[in-house]
Design a protein. Sequence first.
Length: 140
Amino acid sequence: MSMKVCSMMDISMLALDTYEIAKELRQAGFDERQAEAQAHLAKVIFNATLERVQDERKADKQIHNNDIKELNSSLSLKMESSRNESQLEFGKVRGEFEKVRGEIEKVRVEVEKVRSSIIIWVVSLFIVQTGFLAKILHLF
């Protein structure tokens, strides 16, 4: 026997054929009044059961909706937390990057100073060499 899950609309469309029940009861030997009473009782029980099933389905649906809302809320909080952590880490990385940029600028200034010193030394040596060369040439 397979069970089929019905939607709320499917369940609400179920109906109990009390005429058929009464007919079956009369054929089984019940008199008209007994058959009608049994059919009515079956309908009352059927409707009560149907209402209980619908209420349970509504409650289940509400529970699922609440679970989904909780999960959504939890995910939103985790995402916000992750975003904040990422922004904090990004801020740290940016700070480190700015420190490195400052260090690079210091090195650039030092390289420029060394370059200037080397140029001064080279020019000075050129002048001294030219003087020595002139002195040596003057001696000959």
